[in-house]
Design a protein around this ligand. Structure first.
Ligand code: UDP
Ligand code: MG
Length: 139
């Protein structure tokens, strides 16, 4: 079994899409291992996205991610990292496959409804950013 970090971003929470996204996650076979609502500060969003600090979209992205509450989740499944990214679809919803979460719910490349870790090392960093070991021990 493999774990990944998912975030339902402020655009989707604001538009009351949380329930539909959670339903989709469970229907696709992920086990939700931990879940919490988090309103990130700008600094917390900057820390989370530190790998992107030199990208032109960094300021706008971290302002957006700290603009309202998010739902952070630990998802478990075989090959969870790849499987969750496949279910989300491409970063730009215009390029995301039909039926993916971003194609269905995103409104722009920035306001793209969900986040997913992009590899096992990133997943380890991102899980630890939001969840303590004790919250993750329920096997
Ligand atoms: N993003 C953006 N403009 C871009 C690329 C990315 O606003 O040109 C935002 C978008 O919200 C994306 C996040 O920055 O989800 C992180 O970018 P990344 O390339 O890691 O995409 P992801 O892994 O989320 O698909
Ligand atoms: Mg990424």
């Amino acid at each position: 079994m493999d774990r990944t970090l998912a975030i339902i971003k402020p655009d989707a929470v604001e538009r009351r899409l949380t329930g539909r996204i959670l339903e989709r996650i469970e229907a696709e076979g992920f086990q939700i291992r931990a879940m919490r609502m988090v309103r990130m500060t700008k600094r917390e969003a900057e820390g989370f996205y530190a790998v992107h600090r030199d990208r032109p979209f960094f300021q706008s992205l971290t302002t957006f991610m700290s603009s309202g509450p998010t739902v952070v989740l630990v998802l478990e499944a075989p090959d969870a990292v790849r499987k969750w990214r496949e279910l989300m679809g491409a970063t730009n919803p215009a390029q995301a496959a039909e039926g993916t979460i971003r194609r269905t719910f995103a409104t722009s490349v920035e306001r793209n409804a969900t986040h997913g870790s992009d590899g096992p090392e990133t997943a380890a960093f991102e899980l630890a950013y939001f969840f303590r070991g004790l919250e993750l021990t329920g096997e």
